[in-house]
Design a protein around this ligand. Structure first.
Ligand code: ADP
Length: 515
């Protein structure tokens, strides 16, 4: 059967408490018993030693009556039964209190004082009865073993089950001397019923403490459940939500313990997974758009080429001038197609390359590159009566790939020319910045780019509102290539444009790319 964490916690607490309670009980009862027995045995042994002389005197005086009464009095004083033996296993006297009590004459010390002493016959009778009982049972053998020790001059101390009193007792035997070097034995027997009652009370007390501890532990488990199990259940829900594709759930994290750390880890996992999935979806959309765009953009010139070519080949067009015009158009579309394929290859090559490192960068004279590009475009400028102004600092050298740098400047200048009006001016600049970087600017006086289109002009095939540049040839791939060149050079780009008054592209190369 599945056990919840709180049930396991409860069982663990209860097991620990039970082990602790049993351990404490066993330890305490052992220590108390040991201490009690030592004290009691010592006390009885001392009493026995003290009795020796008095007993010897009564024996010497042969005053048996006084001997009985003395032993009875000591019994009541010490609370132990006293058996007095001569040197030959013979019971001389015994405070056989129970037997005396049975006579109804002496129930206690109070009664003893109230009713006076029992008669000598009664006492003698009780000793005789005890002697008889002892000899008729196997007690006699066990007593003999103890007496042998005492006769040998040793004190005997032990806790035993006494068959005569039928209970656990402390038995202490001490020797005494009488007559001419005879050794007798005094046995002091104290029942343990009082002590056992005391131990019982200790057990009850510990049991109550144990029960209180178990009840307390149940409350503790409930509280712990709230602190540990609830967050764990929340985490389970969170994980299930993530498995179902919902990464928006966030856990409420309190404190800074291990549970809180796990909660934080799950929250950041959810966020990272959410971001990653969103990025993947965006990438997938771009890929799908790209494939659709490529197919569309490639199909257009191919369709045009095929149409004109078929018209010529099928002999549908016979007019030489028209055929010549068609050939010119086929040539134009072929060039466009070739350019598009080349640019697509450039993009895919650049996209898969990492940022440039020192080993694959050269020192590039920026002003020279800019002038070179401007010169290449000069024929086109003249055609459209466009002026190109170059104001570049000749001392600027940056680290980069020469071909890519030419391509970047060419794309920006080509666009500036394409979108410039007749008689317009295109300005190209390269200047050092205060922070040590270099700023390359390409400005025109064209129609500008609407603000909402600016973030998208770097996308592949993106063209601002088709009508805006319907007459302007272009594949829509130039700025996508420029974006990748800027990325591999660790540079950044900004577009400042105002509809009707022109556009400025600013490319900033960081200090570490400037020589
Ligand atoms: P294209 O080959 O069509 O020029 P680009 O990627 O170079 O493609 O440019 C993307 C679009 O950004 C262009 O179609 C044009 O709408 C806009 N654009 C780029 N440069 C300029 C500019 N200097 N002035 C106005 N619009 C521009």
């Amino acid at each position: 059967m599945k056990k919840s964490l709180s049930t396991r916690l409860m069982y663990s607490f209860m097991t620990i408490i039970i082990i602790v309670v049993v351990g404490i009980t066993a330890g305490i009862s052992y220590l108390i018993a040991d201490y009690f027995f030592q004290i009691k045995e010592q006390e009885l042994a001392e009493k026995g030693d003290e009795m020796g002389e008095t007993v010897e005197a009564f024996i010497r005086l042969q005053d048996r009556d006084m001997l009985y009464r003395y032993i009875l009095a000591v019994d009541k004083l010490v609370g132990a039964r006293i058996w007095l033996f001569d040197d030959n296993y013979e019971l001389l006297a015994a405070s056989n209190y129970e037997n005396v009590q049975e006579t109804g004459e002496n129930a206690s010390m109070k009664d003893f004082l109230k009713y006076g002493a029992p008669s000598q016959q009664v006492l003698q009778e009780s000793v005789r009865k005890l002697d008889q009982d002892m000899k008729s049972s196997n007690l006699s053998y066990r007593i003999k073993v103890i007496l042998n020790d005492v006769y040998a001059g040793k004190s005997f101390k032990s806790q035993i089950y006494h068959p005569y009193y039928k209970e656990q007792v402390i038995l202490v035997g001490v020797p005494y001397t009488f007559g001419k070097g005879h050794t007798g034995a005094i046995l002091l027997i104290e029942p343990l019923s009082g002590f056992e009652k005391f131990l019982r009370n200790v057990y009850i007390y510990i049991m109550i403490v144990g029960i209180v501890a178990i009840i307390f532990s149940l409350f503790l488990v409930k509280r712990l459940s709230g602190m540990i199990i609830r967050p764990v259940l929340d985490m389970k829900d969170n994980a299930q939500a993530m498995a179902a594709g919902d990464y928006s759930h966030r856990l409420q994290v309190h404190g800074d313990d291990e549970i809180a750390e796990l909660g934080n880890a799950l929250n950041s996992l959810g966020k990272d997974l959410g971001d990653y999935i969103a990025k993947m979806e965006r990438t997938e959309k771009i890929r799908r758009d790209f494939v659709a765009n490529v197919s569309h953009e490639l199909r257009t010139p191919i369709t045009i080429i095929r149409g004109y070519n078929e018209a010529i080949c099928d002999g549908m067009v016979t007019d030489t001038d028209l055929i010549q015009r068609y050939r010119g158009l086929i040539n134009e579309e072929t060039v466009r197609l070739e350019r598009m394929v080349r640019e697509l290859l450039d993009i895919s090559r650049l996209e898969s390359s990492d940022p440039l490192t020192v080993s694959n960068m050269d020192e590039l004279p920026l002003a020279g590159i800019i002038r070179n590009v401007a010169e290449k475009l000069s024929v086109r400028c003249m055609k459209h009566n466009i002026t190109i102004n170059v104001h570049a600092d000749d001392n600027i050298k940056i680290l980069g790939d020469g071909d890519q740098m030419v391509q970047l400047i060419m794309i920006l200048c080509d666009n500036a020319l394409k979108y410039s009006p007749e008689n317009g001016t295109v300005s190209i600049g390269a200047n050092k910045l205060d922070d040590g970087g270099v700023l390359v600017t390409v400005s025109d006086q064209g129609k500008g780019i609407p603000e909402e289109d600016i973030p998208f002009i770097w996308e592949r095939f993106y063209k601002v509102e088709k009508s805006h540049c319907r007459s302007v040839p272009g594949t829509g791939l130039g700025l996508a290539i420029a974006k990748e060149i800027i990325r591999v050079h660790g540079a950044s780009a900004e577009v400042i444009s105002k509809c009707g008054s022109g556009t400025t592209f600013e490319i900033k190369f960081p200090k570490d790319k400037v020589v």
